[in-house]
Design a protein around this ligand. Structure first.
Ligand SMILES: [Zn+2]
Length: 295
């Protein structure tokens, strides 16, 4: 039944307009999220028990330990098989992965979690806001309506929902045996976007690792407290000591460049030690925030 203040003709016009808006936003969104960056990439040790197991750009990380391993991020639904192949190539068993973590629930980072969970039986931990989005299969409550509709009907942006086993709060630590990762809820890109900090042993030194959130915003996903969240997130990340830093998009932290340099370096870990690059990443995010740019 139509409300009596709208005629069938008006309804048809309204549907046409919504369809056009949806197509425009989908194009922009696909462009922004770059459904590329998932070619196969050589897995490698970054330092100590910390490994890269992601694709060319859609990142995934493995942190190994005697009581089980942790995997951070899973790429797109179709990236999961690459992640599993990389874990096997490094000589580890997917069944020993006990914990899954996520930086943010957009399909390029949360999409493959269900497949990894199914193969490993691992428990997934997420912040409150990310948990809701992950468990819904990628619905972003802050995305523009046409995108949400496309997600609801399974046309774009949706993925097999993983099971969220635990929710953490800002500052909580997730542990597997001696592995301890501290969660920093650094919202902005999405409300529940989570940065992670953890120590890694390399020989006789301990290196501080930070996996920093995406700090940019998509024009298609905004919310009222977003600027304040980004401001705070940049401040929080500036306060974390980072010898080694990474992000969910591998090109931002120079995966390939550092990997190539590590193959000839006297100490293969050294090319990954990059506190200047970390500061530059945060400076660039701050400029983007001040200039009101989206990405
Ligand atoms: Zn995203």
């Amino acid at each position: 039944m139509l409300p009596n203040f709208i005629t069938p003709r008006q309804l048809a016009v309204l549907i046409s307009i919504l369809a056009v808006v949806a197509l425009v936003f989908t194009g922009r969104w696909l462009n922004a999220t770059k459904i590329g960056g998932q070619g196969p990439a050589e897995p490698f040790r970054i330092a100590g028990n910390f490994y890269y197991v992601g694709a060319t750009d859609a990142a995934a990380f493995l942190i190994t330990g005697p009581e089980g391993h942790v995997v951070l991020d899973a790429g797109y639904p179709t990236t999961a098989r690459l992640v599993m192949a990389s874990i096997a190539k490094l000589g580890f068993d997917i069944k020993d992965v006990k914990v899954l973590l996520n930086s943010e629930p957009h399909p390029d980072h949360g999409g493959g979690l269900a497949a990894l969970q199914q193969a490993s039986g691992a428990e997934l931990w997420a912040s409150d806001a990310s948990a809701d989005s992950l468990a819904s299969g990628g619905d972003d409550p802050d995305a523009v309506l046409p995108l949400r509709v496309l997600n609801w009907i399974g046309v774009a942006g949706s993925y097999p929902p993983p099971r969220v086993d635990h929710r953490f709060k800002d500052g909580d630590t997730v542990r597997v045996g001696p592995i301890a990762l501290t969660a920093h809820v650094t919202g902005g890109h999405t409300r529940g976007c989570t940065s992670w900090s953890f120590p890694v042993r390399d020989g006789d030194r301990t290196l501080n690792v930070v996996s920093a959130c995406d700090l940019g915003v998509l024009a298609t996903s905004t919310y009222p407290e977003q600027a304040a969240d980004r401001e705070r997130s940049i401040r929080v990340l500036r306060g974390l000591p980072a010898d080694i830093w990474v992000t969910c998009h591998a090109r931002w932290w120079g995966r390939y460049r550092k990997f190539v340099a590590s193959t000839t370096a006297k100490n293969p870990v050294d090319p990954f030690i990059d506190p200047d690059g970390y500061r530059a990443y945060l400076d660039a995010a701050e400029v983007e925030l001040r200039e009101g740019r989206t990405h």
